[in-house]
Write a protein that binds this ligand. Structure first.
Ligand code: BGC
Length: 829
């Protein structure tokens, strides 16, 4: 007989509470629960003890429900940077910090991680995905999901699936073979679902093989839920749900955002009309209630993690700095004649002058654009980080080259506020602004203002120019605008966007030039941009107010800027040049067309390197760029989008307090023309993944082309000797010794290569990795589990994984192309 006093397992108690709430709900409430009540939340249903469930982006911080700097968040390095640490435990610590941030902001579910693949370096959200390799992606994502959920906050692994580029993302049909889907694109989702049990998955905008993902019965119901046992909720990407019946039948539980929705009333009507069974709706509601129970917003259900069981609080600034320095990939570090040692680290005691240049050294790009944007409390650019770490007077900064040649929301030198007016011109409220952007989503408006009473918004204040000359002004957003600078009206017209397939375009849009004025440095002028928004009604794709007052300062002659930097570098002990991309080059919403560094940055590097043999280049980009001068400089450090502590982390690494710990999570090409898979533009609505499983290094291997830097590459400040390898099919043991003079960490990588080469199988693949730490002279041993999938292929005819017997070479390696030890293993049938 069951022991009545035995404690009920929390899972069972949660399921019981879910069933009880479900049974008490009527059809209208059920369907209401399946749609956003606004941009970020689901409605509360007090009758069953359910509070409103709040979601937020992700992945590098927790933005919260406001899209503004008023509600700051820790900003960690970009997801590619996190993957470059090759450390799932560090990803887990990142996740725990994010859970802490989520609790602070009243957020229950984080819209992250992004585990799409680096299929093409042109992909606009490349910076937001982890790697070109599904195993590394899956392992990093597993750590991240575990960390967030350790803190009792839900995750939403996205975007399911094959959302690997931005061009026509709302409509594109990605045509992918079943084998490539299984081995490459579904693989990270599968690994994370099976190992980390995420509480949510986000269904993508795109189609896969003819069905839009939010209606994809096979992938959502049969594969994700059926085969893998996923028991969380499936939420649409924002505005990705297009139908009522097909979506709910296809497995989509929640349509976001609201209030305009294909679920809610439309879904209740469909049930009443007999177009869909209520039991299907019940299934979706059950998934949402289970999520609510897990995150603790359903009365009577024990949360997955009680408040007392949450992990120890994390210091966000310190963790952001640690992840950044461990993500930096030192791809080149040559000896320099003046010191007889490698270019890095610099010896802080020996350098008397360091010449720093590059606009991004002063105005660092620390995070990627689009929905991944968060607003950090502070940002430490390289200039400030290095200045703080070096004795006074050592650092000499010159701009050198400024790639920011496009309008951006006004920031430096501006003191702005937003004033809200009703239709009669009466002021309803005023709110300070951190920059030239107003972004109020849904009903998130200044106190005392409603969407009904609001008629127009004015961004107004003063501008004190940093430089004299011709300043360019512009607008971003749609509606009626009136732009005035120093008493002169530069623009007074209505701007609308027509014909864009992306419903977010009207909301986010691009900055457009509206006029120019000559201004004098230091002399303040009044500015004003008044907008009558056309997005206040519930029928707007994203209701609310979104527009910017944009600015671009006077451009100086590129040759003049370079000459100044060269003069400073000529007499310096070392020259550090920071180069990178801009918001107009890398962001969500569009793909890149080139991998070149914008502006005159290549010229700057070449000119500085020509006068200073001790030139170190820092690359501040989210994804690969061409580095045509890479063999002409002493050192190259890839810094990604390094998050808020950029400058401190850079100083740690450049001055040798810490090693740069990163290894490339993605192959870095010499130039775009060499990239084996690059196309992201559909033809007649379809993008064919004709390369099958050959993406990333699998494709480079097949093409036989040498990249600039291979997958897995990255140098530290010490050296390693691999002393022994013992290999069994499921596990390898590697013994290695730190042969250098300082403590260090090595990422031991295991690749598996089938002896019998067939055209349909990649030559080798990553099968495991581990981090080893050792003091100088010390020898350590790491045991690395080997991913069983390294020996398997997806058999399309048998509809199953096929274990391929035979002999395999197991390689213990520093990088894909730096194999240190090998062993043979035989796999039996
Ligand atoms: C993005 C998602 C994001 C959502 C909400 C979409 O445009 O694709 O990744 O979570 O917006 O901001």
């Amino acid at each position: 007989m069951a022991d009545a006093s035995a404690p009920i397992h929390p899972d069972a108690a949660r399921e019981a509470a879910v069933e009880k709430a479900l049974a008490a709900l009527g059809l209208d409430d059920k369907t209401r629960l399946l749609a956003g009540q606004d941009m970020w939340s689901l409605p509360a249903l007090p009758a069953v003890g359910l509070r409103s469930l709040v979601m937020s982006d992700g992945p590098i911080g927790v933005r919260g429900v406001a899209w503004s700097a008023d509600d700051p968040s820790v900003a960690l390095p970009s997801p590619t940077a996190l993957a470059a640490t090759w450390d799932p435990d560090l990803a887990r610590r990142a996740g725990r910090l994010l859970a802490q941030e989520a609790h602070r902001k009243g957020v229950h579910v984080l819209l992250a991680p992004t585990v799409n693949l680096h299929r093409s370096p042109l992909g606009g959200r490349h910076f937001e995905a982890y790697s070109e390799d599904p195993y590394l992606t899956g392992e990093t994502g597993t750590g991240y999901v575990r960390g967030v959920q350790d803190g009792g906050v839900g995750t939403t692994v996205k975007h399911f699936v094959a959302n690997d580029a931005e061009t026509d993302r709302f409509t594109v049909d990605n045509v992918v073979s079943p084998r490539a889907l299984r081995e490459i694109y579904l693989a990270p989702f599968e690994r994370i679902v099976k190992n980390a049990h995420p509480w949510g998955i986000m269904s993508a905008y795109n189609q896969v093989n003819g069905s839009t993902m939010t209606e994809h019965r096979y992938l959502q119901n049969a594969v994700l839920r059926g085969e893998w046992g996923f028991d969380g909720y499936i939420v649409s990407d924002w505005l990705a749900a297009r139908s009522t019946v097909a979506a709910v039948r296809g497995g989509l539980d929640v349509a976001m955002p609201g209030p305009k929705t294909v679920y809610g009333k439309a879904l209740a009507d469909a049930v009443r009309a007999g177009e869909v069974e209520e039991s299907v709706v019940d299934g979706a509601v059950r998934n949402v209630l289970r999520l609510a129970a897990r995150v603790g917003v359903l009365d009577g259900a024990p949360p997955a993690v009680g408040p007392d069981d949450r992990p120890e609080p994390v210091d966000g600034d310190a963790l952001a700095r640690e992840i950044a320095r461990r993500s930096f990939v030192l791809v080149r570090n040559e000896p320099v004649a003046s010191t007889g040692r490698a270019a890095l680290p610099l010896d802080p005691a020996a350098v008397r002058k360091v010449a720093l240049s590059g606009a991004l050294a002063r105005d660092a790009r620390v995070l990627g654009g689009g929905s991944a944007q968060v607003f950090p409390h502070h940002v430490v650019p390289p200039l400030d980080g290095l200045a703080a770490a070096l004795p006074e007077g050592v650092l000499d900064y010159r701009v050198g080259a400024d790639p920011n040649d496009e309008l951006v929301p006004a920031e430096k030198g501006f003191e702005l506020r937003a004033v809200c007016y009703d239709a009669s011109g009466t002021v309803l409220a005023a709110a300070p602004l951190h920059d030239g952007t107003v972004q109020w989503i849904g009903d998130d408006l200044p106190r005392g203002v409603t969407r009904e009473t609001l008629h127009s918004v004015e961004i107004t204040g003063t501008f004190v120019p940093r430089d004299s000359g011709e300043h360019v002004f512009g607008t971003r957003g749609t509606g009626a605008f009136r732009l005035t600078v120093a008493g002169e009206t530069l623009y007074d017209e209505v701007h609308q966007v027509t014909g864009s397939a992306d419903p977010g375009e009207a909301f986010f849009g691009n900055p457009l030039e509206r006029g120019r004025t000559v201004l004098t440095a230091g002399e303040p002028v009044e500015i004003s941009l008044r907008q009558v928004p056309d997005t206040l009604g519930d029928d707007a794709a994203i209701p609310g107010v979104s527009f910017s007052f944009c600015h671009l300062g006077p451009r100086r002659e590129p040759a003049e800027l370079i000459a100044e930097a060269v003069e400073a570098a000529r007499t310096a002990d070392a020259a550090v040049v920071v180069v990178g991309t801009t918001e107009r080059v890398e962001s969500e919403g569009f793909d890149r067309t080139s991998l070149k560094l914008p502006g005159h940055q290549d010229d700057l590097v070449r000119a500085v390197a020509a006068v200073n043999p001790h030139t170190v280049v820092i690359v501040n980009s989210g994804s690969p760029v061409e580095l045509p001068w890479r063999d002409e400089v002493a050192a190259v450090l890839l810094g990604w989008f390094p998050g808020q502590e950029a400058g401190h982390a850079l100083a740690d690494v450049l001055l040798g307090a810490e090693e740069p710990g990163g290894r490339l999570p993605t192959t870095w090409p010499v130039e775009l023309a060499d990239v084996p898979v690059s196309n992201t533009t559909p033809t007649d609505g379809e993008l064919h993944y004709d390369e099958g499983v050959f993406v990333g290094y699998r494709a480079w291997d097949r093409a036989g082309t040498a990249p600039a830097y291979p997958f897995g590459h990255g140098l530290g400040y010490t050296t390693w000797e691999y002393e022994g390898l013992t290999a069994a099919p499921e596990r390898v043991t590697v013994r290695l010794r730190n042969t250098g003079t300082r403590p260090g960490a090595e990422t031991v990588q295991v690749y598996v290569a089938p002896h019998r080469r067939t055209a349909d199988r990649p030559a080798r693949r990553l099968a495991g990795f581990a981090r080893a730490e050792a003091a100088p002279g010390e020898s350590v041993e790491v045991v690395i589990p080997v991913d069983r999938r390294a020996y398997e292929i997806w058999d399309e005819e048998a509809y199953d994984w096929h274990f391929v017997p035979g002999r395999y070479e197991v390689r213990a390696a520093h990088s894909l192309d730096d194999v240190r030890l090998t062993a043979a293993v035989d796999i039996d049938a």
